[in-house]
Design a protein around this ligand. Sequence first.
Ligand SMILES: [Zn+2]
Length: 321
Amino acid sequence: MPPVPPPLRRLLPALAAATTLVLAAAACGSGANGGTSAAEDVVVTSFYPIQFATQQITGGAVPVSVLTKPGAEPHDLELSPQDIGGMTKARLVVYADGFQPAVDEAVGLVDPAKVLDVADAAKLTLTLAEESGHAGETDPQHDDHGHSGSDPHFWLDPSRYAAVAEAISARLVKDDPQHAATYTKNTAVFVEKLSELDDEMRRGLEQCRTKQLVTSHAAFGYLAARYGLQQHGITGVSPEAEPSASALKAVADLVSSSGVTTIYQETLVEPHFAQTVAGSTGAKVATLDPIEGITSASVGRDYFEVMRSNLVALRDGQGCS
Ligand SMILES: [Zn+2]
């Protein structure tokens, strides 16, 4: 196959999502504020996990919008002028620096007093080299998504996600003392739910036949680190990056030598790399959802449901008792 230029290569898997996005935008004629509320009242969030946490905390007290529409690939998000206009008028913009280059750039146009970057609260301690294991993803050509050295997928570790929720809550309380009691109470409930999930994940992944976690998109580094697994990403942090032949062989060798029975693909990404490795090793393919957005293809209706579906898939695939 002739090499496809990177922008097109990234576009192809996102085509269906992009079509939906265009239709949705045409239908409602609005950008980031997504509807009828005055833009000034809106908290604009960058992508699903930050949107979900903010909604859980505000409980409807203020409107929350999201820049990454459901089904859109968040790493490669492109913003419309309306999106950027909505950001500059928002009461607060919440994002994680280093995940979405378009958002990082647009935040530069927003009054810094109305921006909250949760990257610090998320403690992004894993680097790309660590999270991608030995699959060869340190090649700089695979790092064209602006991750700038840190693994951004903090929300797949409920304890990191809880720390981010606390940071969002503290900021909302400070900016909007009128609703402080609501925010504080809702945050306590949300953090408690995350803590219960964390306990379930720890218990469920304690006794597993294999600790090697082979995934297509290397989004599960913090989850693996939290629960004693070792992630090996086939395509690295960017879902559409093409792994080299030697990287595929290295993963296949690991699968064969370490008794890995299951390779995980992502919900929305074409699975042929996972299936290539599975086909050459006899492993089966299962789905792990990185929860970068919720669509009808997701294995649950919100973060908690999808995480619990992921736990079921992991317990089966890793042979946990
Ligand atoms: Zn990702």
